[in-house]
Design a protein around this ligand. Structure first.
Ligand code: XBP
Ligand code: MG
Length: 251
């Protein structure tokens, strides 16, 4: 039984559905610009999401024969261009936050819960999403932005969660993770965190066995009730509120 002091948020797929219409599109723009014929369609990108990190994802596609061999410097260059395209797509405002994200963030912030981000995405891509989809005030409201290559091993390794907790001086037993994918859940679990999962089209068939709550979205009072995919703490909810996260920690 522990008190909820800190919530660490995943970014892609959790704060916003950035993968299909954001990251994927930006990768394809960078490939076309560099003269590569490779285009990642929606199902192919779903397969590639098995690997976290954009540079690692390109390398994975090379290793499985989807793209021709290239040195790491070329992969890094492609990925840098991809990040620029991604920032432009986000600046166009085309990727909204998922339902309930702003509400729960505001509720937790008002309650004095420490808020942070733990993501495998590139810091400048995260910055673009905060600036254009969340609002600049969140640069100060998040107590830590743990992102990308700041740790050598990306999710499903626990490192990015451990790094964020070290920075904040919080303990795993007082921290809860919000995730959307199996790699994210595994990372949070390996860091000994309780974890609430909001699935999306790319992750709804993933294995979240052991997660503390799996729902279709965080939801809103004025929307239909969220779909409860796994509810081991027997919470009675229409949408996910701070009180539910606190109940999970105390259970
Ligand atoms: C999801 C990822 C990232 C993005 C691409 O991160 O795996 O790699 O798909 O981002 P998370 P980069 O769910 O942890 O937020 O190209 O910037 O790596
Ligand atoms: Mg994610």
């Amino acid at each position: 039984m522990a008190e909820l002091q800190c919530i660490l948020w995943d970014v892609d797929g959790t704060l916003a559905d950035t993968e299909r219409d954001g990251h994927r599109v930006a990768f394809n723009m960078a490939f076309a610009e560099a003269g590569h014929t490779r285009e990642w369609d929606v199902p192919t990108y779903g397969e590639l999401l098995a690997v976290t990190g954009g540079k690692e994802r390109i390398q994975f596609d090379i290793d499985r024969g989807g793209m021709h061999e290239m040195p790491f410097e070329e992969i890094a260059g492609l990925h840098a261009r991809k990040t620029t395209h991604y920032q432009s797509l986000i600046a166009e405002g085309r990727i909204p936050l998922r339902p309930g994200v702003r509400r729960l963030l505001e509720e937790a912030y008002a309650a004095g819960i420490t808020l942070g981000v733990s993501t495998t995405t590139t810091p400048s891509a995260l910055d673009a999403l905060i600036e254009h989809s969340l609002g600049k005030e969140w640069f100060d409201r998040f107590a830590v932005l743990a992102a990308g290559d700041i740790v050598p091993a990306k999710k499903p390794a626990p490192d990015i969660y451990t790094y964020a907790m070290d920075q904040l001086g919080v303990k795993p037993e007082n921290t809860l993770a919000l995730e959307d994918s199996e790699n994210g859940w595994k990372s949070a679990h390996a860091a000994k965190l309780k974890c609430v999962v909001t699935v999306n089209d790319y992750t709804k068939a993933h294995d979240f066995d052991g997660a503390d709550l799996v729902v279709s979205e965080l939801g809103e009072a004025e929307r239909d009730a969220v779909e409860l995919l796994s509810n081991p703490h027997n919470l009675n909810l229409h949408h996910v509120e701070l009180s539910h996260l606190q109940a999970i920690m105390k259970d």
